[in-house]
Design a protein around this ligand. Structure first.
Ligand code: GLU
Length: 491
């Protein structure tokens, strides 16, 4: 699709729930397309379903978009010259256009009440497509019946025998025959216009040049193209993004796991990782680049590189990407990012952190950076440092080793003698200590680790000491030594 300029695209969510992965992917591709072509990204809120709309959903959608870094040029809170940006505020135009369609004869009233026997009111036509006898009703008669109070819906009078060609930016030429398109409802019995009707009016009023949306809307496109024709308007270019499938090969849904962007935010996925992951749901820069950021996406974004085939949502891949992002985050920034999760545990106070606390936070971030795939995993990895650990079975075994108590005492005394804490060259320190005590270094380091963390895993010992600080570390070592000594004496 050769973008005419200036490009104007829109993301048009209904505020009836949180922003889901599929919606976020649609928003992202529109955003990237707009940025790539130096166009305008419009956010339009399709809030015509008064019963299901909520302010809370709207908030959540705007928040999720912002969190992902998808800034819109026109829309709620941004303003713009082609508003209103809430669909409900164009109601006048929608209703007037329904009238216009009836007057011009491309819409008709389909009376839905009981009929005279034999008058026939059911659909007829090829493949039982809805073509109703009322489509040929004299307009004056139709108006008279409506004024007399007969119930009706308003249908689009699909012209017969036409070809509808949609040059889809992803799928290429998609052909439809109008004979296969039903006389779709444009206005409901309560006079409210339907999605297919208002979508076209709004897109036209807002000067939208390209409609990028999910494949599930392919069925709507011929209906909308016919409406553009009836209105005497040139349709925008269309591109239908591939379906997002769960691991089971079926359309992604709640059944497959978390689907709302907020859930991923809550679990502590970096927004950059989720953005990267969403981009990969149907798009690729080339055949080998997996990790890329916003700028790279914008530089390379091209509908020619969007797949037709469904994109599988692979959470393991998201977790992997997330880990990659975390590992490449500088420690001070990572510290800021994991802080909310550590605060929830009560390990850090609210507000500006005093220097020693900040230092501790950064040590905590450094200790987990290589080991977590989400910020939400940080507390479990760090619990040993902030709460007194209960030694696990392997740690108990290490502490129960012969001579462990004495070695721990010696290690504590040696640490205390060091001016720097932890010793500047920890490995050299450990070697010297072991040589002085005439034991293998492991004989000291294992119980030391067990005493400090309650496990035998975790970050390097120097980091462990640094995170605990001199006082806490020495206390843990001495406490463990006393316990080991007591146990040895008792046996
Ligand atoms: N509100 C519609 C939806 O969320 C918009 C569809 C469209 O982009 O045309 O599915």
């Amino acid at each position: 699709m050769a973008p005419e300029s200036p490009v104007r695209v829109r993301f048009a969510p209904s505020p009836t729930g949180r922003l889901h992965i599929g919606g976020a992917r649609t928003a992202l591709f529109n955003w990237a397309f707009a940025r790539r072509h130096r166009g305008v990204f419009v956010l339009r809120i399709e809030d015509t379903d008064a019963e299901r709309n909520s302010e809370e959903s709207l908030r959540s959608i705007l928040d999720s978009l912002r969190w992902l870094g998808l800034d819109w040029d026109e829309g709620p809170e941004a303003g713009g010259e082609r508003g209103p940006y809430f669909q409900s505020q164009r109601r006048e135009l929608h209703l007037q256009t329904l009238e216009r369609g009836l007057d011009e004869g491309w819409l008709y009233r389909h009376f839905t009440g009981p009929r005279e026997p034999g008058a026939g009111g059911e659909a007829r036509g090829p493949r039982e497509l809805a073509r109703f006898p009322d489509r040929d009703l004299d307009p004056a008669e139709s108006r008279r019946r409506a004024e007399a109070g007969a119930p009706f819906v308003i249908r689009f009078k699909v012209p017969l025998g036409e070809e509808i060609l949609v040059e889809d930016g992803i799928r290429g030429a998609v052909r439809y025959r109008s004979d296969e398109v039903e006389d779709w409802v444009a206005g409901r019995s309560d006079a409210s216009p339907t999605y297919n009707f208002v979508c076209v009016l709004d897109d036209a009023a807002m000067g939208i040049t390209h409609v990028l949306r999910g494949e599930e809307h392919l069925v709507n496109t011929p209906k909308q193209v016919l409406l553009y024709r009836a209105l005497g308007l040139e349709p925008p270019a269309f591109a239908h993004l591939p379906l997002i499938l769960g691991q089971d090969g079926r359309k992604l849904s709640k059944r497959t796991g978390d689907t709302a962007v907020e859930d991923y935010r809550e679990r502590g996925f970096p927004p950059e990782a989720l953005l990267n992951f969403l981009a990969l749901l149907g798009f690729s820069i080339d055949d080998h680049t997996t990790v890329f950021g916003r700028e790279e996406l914008v530089r390379h974004f091209d509908l020619a590189r969007v797949n037709k085939a469904g994109a599988v949502f692979d959470e393991d891949k998201l977790r992997w990407l997330s880990g990659e992002y975390i590992r490449s985050t500088p420690v001070p920034e990572l510290a800021e990012r994991i802080l909310p999760w550590l605060r929830r545990e009560g390990w850090f106070p609210e507000g500006e952190l005093p220097d020693p606390e900040r230092d501790r936070l950064e040590r905590a971030a450094a200790a987990v950076r290589e080991r977590i795939q989400t910020y939400g995993e940080a507390p479990e990895r760090l619990r040993w440092a902030f709460e007194t650990p209960d030694p696990d079975a392997r740690a108990l075994q290490a502490l129960g080793q012969e001579g462990a108590a004495g070695l721990l005492e010696a290690a504590a005394a040696a640490l205390e003698r060091e001016a720097a804490f932890p010793p500047a060259d920890f490995d050299a320190w450990a070697r010297d200590l072991a040589a002085g005590l005439e034991v293998a270094a492991g004989r000291i380091l294992k119980p030391l680790r067990a005493a400090l963390t309650g496990t035998l895993g975790g970050p390097p010992l120097a980091e462990i000491l640094g995170l605990l600080g001199r006082e806490e570390a020495l206390e843990r070592i001495r406490r463990a030594a006393a316990r080991a000594g007591g146990a040895a004496a008792a046996s």
